[in-house]
Design a binder for this molecule. Sequence first.
Ligand code: FDA
Length: 582
Amino acid sequence: MHTDVVTDVLIVGSGPAGASAALALSTYGVPNMVVTRGARLADTPRAHITNQRTMEVLRDLGVEQEALARATPQRLMGNTTFCTSLAGEELGRVRSWGNEPLVQAAHELASPTVMCDIPQHLMEPVLVDAAIARGTLFRYSTVYKSFTQDADGVTVTVEDRVRGDEYTIRAKYLIGADGGRSKVAEHAGLPMGGQMGVAGSINIVFDADLSRYTAHRPSTLYWVLAPGATVGGIGAGLVRCVRPWTEWLIVWGYDVTAGAPDLTTEYAESVVRRLVGDDDIPVTVRSSSAWTVNEMYAETYSDGRVFCAGDAVHRHPPSNGLGSNTSIQDSYNLAWKLKLVLDGTAGPSLLDTYTAERAPVGRQIVTRANKSIGETAPVFEALDGLAPQTPEQLWANIAARKEPTEAAERQRARLRDAIAHKAYEFNAHGVDLNQRYSAGSSTAVVADGTPDPGFARDPELYHQPSSRPGAKVPHAWITSGTRTLSTLDTVGKGRFTLLTGIGGAGWVRAAAAQDLDIATVVIGPGQEYEDPYGDWARLSEVSDTGALLVRPDGYVAFRHRAAAENATELLGEALRRILGHG
Ligand code: FDA
């Protein structure tokens, strides 16, 4: 066996984590290579909800429009419906995924991007095509087998399934983006908390024209409360739209202790019929597969020169739609750090901040997604549907809510409240956007000495913009000549950016004096960028003479509220800490 391939970063896996790592690295000019087990990209819809933070990442990486062109738009996502079957009785709806008017306003205020629904088989080609176009070497049918590492790099053994032999690849760094059964994470010995196989679930992908039951209440998700729907699975039966209104994916549970049922076409069709509730509609089952609900997260995301991202380090059910979002955001966090360490700008300790920043996020989203499963139970409870029951009892309970009695009125109120509480799954804007990195654990964030004001409202439901170091730089619409752009559009692109205002000339000079390429953005009347709405002045939390240093991933690394005589020293000191030269 000989080493016949050499690259800077080898990525195992072409799912959302691997594909976005490749795209970001190629965008930053870092030589990289992807090996992936299959002979093609994802061939089933898998993850789909794509939140605003991910769309911001795609915007920075230049593929936002390609993704939107393939997506189901936000306005068709939002009537999350609870029913006895698609053709059956409707129990209630939640205006979700930013379609509730107040939440929609919050979305518009928070970001220049819109949430949308991009099934994974449509998202992966967007990421992979752009990565290859920008230089990623890509090898299908190539299976990761093992790695060894030394002081200078990682040697990875892979199996070429086309040639039927093994060879080695030498890389300076290895990214394990090989999903929920990650061999890279296992071989790296990453310590995991939680447990796998909490409940059993089945995905059934099928074609059927269901417009008559969906077009008038357009939604990504239709939840079915029916006998057997609380066994295993994700809290209830689910009919998920893949393409409106003809391609679908059903999620149905099974008792994990009894093992998955035999997934014959007849079995799959019987589940589809049960959840659709109209036997006259032609149905073509494309595929079915069994999976388990997991509640697992890694405490550490790296070992030496080996880093893991995505499901390799956080495994959870699809509730809240956090799977591919968090995976893409992991890789975006890691890529600029690898670039700066590889080109010698930063010391290797910058890479330690990857675990420091992303592991708490992973733990939080695993917990959130599993909690959301439990929060479906009150919907059943409102119908007395959780207790052991016959189908007849459940139907009778559902019918009882239509009675003109006080008991039925109480039942209706309980049902409304239980459905409304599902906002924590379907409208958790804070979960999507409030991720903060702590200066206490990450050296890539410099505390500015101000007390943390905390969150004024529920941090899971409501996004709270902040320019505190460790927060994502706030979005505000600003102008440059006749162009309107977001403050987020002035940062990123693999560079650090210093934002300041009139009177911030000292900070501009300080940025130019550093041994680092820092973009400078001056916002104010008569400057290159203006703030005609005054939004930036309200959100920046610094005076016109102050400054924010924003990392390539859009997070504030350093903040100073006003001018400083020793701006060059202050900025230099901050950068030494951030870049691991302190
Ligand atoms: P992901 O699993 O997407 O990618 C892993 C990659 O690694 C793949 O390209 C794989 O081929 C490759 N790979 C694995 N082992 C390898 C090896 N040894 N050598 C080389 N390559 C290797 N989520 C959701 O929200 N709703 C849903 O309905 C579903 N459904 C669903 C179905 C199925 C079948 C799967 C596998 C997953 C889901 N998910 C889902 C989960 C969702 O897909 C997941 O959260 C994200 O894809 C995570 O992205 P990653 O890139 O981390 O892993």
